[in-house]
Write a protein that binds this ligand. Structure first.
Ligand code: NZQ
Ligand code: ZN
Length: 388
């Protein structure tokens, strides 16, 4: 195991009817900005619960943060924050609203052009305090320090991370899942699954706790993810999927282990160029990433196969390639069972996507990705070609 420093300062309020807790989490004297997306929170009653909880606070609101939040939209929120002297942001939404709010929180304190935080990885030295009411289990953004923001003008989708934007608290009420469109439930399960894979499917460093914990999250997402897709009223599945998604990317399983993130690196370009949802891109790339990088990832692929999928080399008379093929097939079958597509052609996209994605990665200098920096552009091309 590598050396690591681990801290996760987000206080979690998990369970139904917990939204009222925000009243005590946010200081009475704060000037609060409630940020949200396209309005789903108004039709499912979450807005009304927030309104009730903040009835003794001074608060403003900023709506319209879109999926894959854009600089163009968030710049207006930064103006509002500065104009109204906001000193606490409450993000009520999924990953897009939370990420957008992290950018607003950092951007409002940033001395310079806020986009430099992403484009130049300029250091964030302070940010407005942030709290979260999560409405979509998927990204883990509710208790991590990362955010992904897009610049529409240039088709860029970039990430930044800073401890200063780590949420102070997050409310995780699994009943919010009730109003989600089925597609978003699918997206959430797959995104969380791939987050685990990016931190697990590398090479062994004898990190037994991280491995076992990662395998536990994968097993839970597979079992309860399918249950949830088939029956939204399954309260146990709702709770287990929501907690899995948070645990998948809150730093714990990634502490002290090598990490990959090449699937995400490629996936972000697919979203930026072709507008596919974040998780849809991951489900296209991951199976071929597993296949093309099978030699380097062999030990962990086999460990995943045995412990998570009950597939072993013995079942294939010791033929490692056939075993890995079966492991990849079963992973794709899982995606299909939660109603996720895994090919470009299923989105009416063909081989003309390959060059623009490669060009975009080249421009962003993402030419050596993965845990060993061996996911080169040749490999990316092979992965994309096999994913058509
Ligand atoms: O805008 P509203 O009206 O809220 O509707 C949203 C949106 O249309 C809807 N929704 C959310 N909660 C709902 C609901 N509809 C009904 N009932 C509810 N309870 O769902 C749609 C999608 O929301 P979005 O926030 O975009 O989804 P998600 O949580 O999957 O976030 C995706 C974004 O997070 C980034 C992705 O790249 C993408 O931009 N990621 C952030 C990460 C992080 N910060 O650590 C890591 C991830 O890998 C990912 O990159
Ligand atoms: Zn993701």
């Amino acid at each position: 195991m590598f050396n690591f420093t681990y801290s996760n300062p987000t206080r979690i309020h998990f369970g139904e009817q917990q939204i009222a807790k925000i009243a005590k989490e946010i200081p009475q004297s704060a000037r609060v900005l409630v940020t949200y997306g396209g309005g789903s929170i108004k039709s499912n009653g979450i807005y009304q619960q927030v309104e009730q909880a903040l009835s003794n606070h001074t608060w403003f609101e900023f709506s319209g943060i879109e999926p894959n939040p854009s600089l163009e939209t968030l710049a207006h929120a930064i103006e509002l924050v500065n104009k109204e002297g906001i000193d606490y942001i409450l993000a009520v939404g999924g990953g897009s609203v939370i990420d957008g709010s992290k950018f607003i929180a950092a951007g409002a304190h940033f001395d310079g052009e806020p986009w430099d935080i992403l484009a130049k990885q300029a250091k964030v030295t302070s940010a407005i305090d942030l709290g979260v009411v999560l409405t979509l289990p998927a990204t883990g953004s509710e208790s991590n320090s990362f955010a992904v923001v897009s610049k529409k003008a240039t088709n860029e989708k970039l990430a930044f991370g800073s401890e200063h934007v780590h949420p102070k608290f997050a409310v995780l009420d699994p009943s919010v899942i009730n109003s989600l469109p089925q597609k978003q439930v699918t997206n959430g399960i797959v995104d969380a699954f791939v987050h685990v894979m990016e931190q697990y499917l590398t090479y062994p460093v004898d990190a037994k706790i991280q491995d076992r914990f990662a395998e536990g999250i994968l097993l839970t997402l597979m079992a309860d993810g399918i249950k949830l897709i088939n029956d939204r009223s399954d309260e146990k599945a709702r709770a287990n999927v929501m907690w899995s998604a948070t645990q998948a990317l809150n730093g714990l399983i990634g502490a002290g282990v090598p990490q990959d993130w090449a699937t995400h690196g490629i996936g972000h370009q697919i979203t930026a160029l072709y507008g596919l949802d974040h998780a849809q891109t991951l489900a296209i790339v991951l199976p071929r990433m597993m296949s093309v990088m099978r030699a380097e990832k062999q030990a962990k692929l086999l460990q995943y196969g045995e412990r998570v999928l009950a597939i072993t080399a013995e079942q294939f008379n010791g033929d490692i390639d056939k075993t890995i093929d079966a492991i990849i097939d079963k992973t794709e079958q899982f995606f299909a069972s939660v109603e996720m597509k895994t090919r470009f052609s299923q989105y009416q996209l063909g081989e003309d996507v390959i060059e623009p994605i490669i060009a975009q990665l080249t421009q962003l200098k993402m030419t050596k990705m993965g845990e060993n920096q061996t996911v080169t552009l040749d490999k990316v091309k092979a992965i994309l070609t096999a994913s058509l």
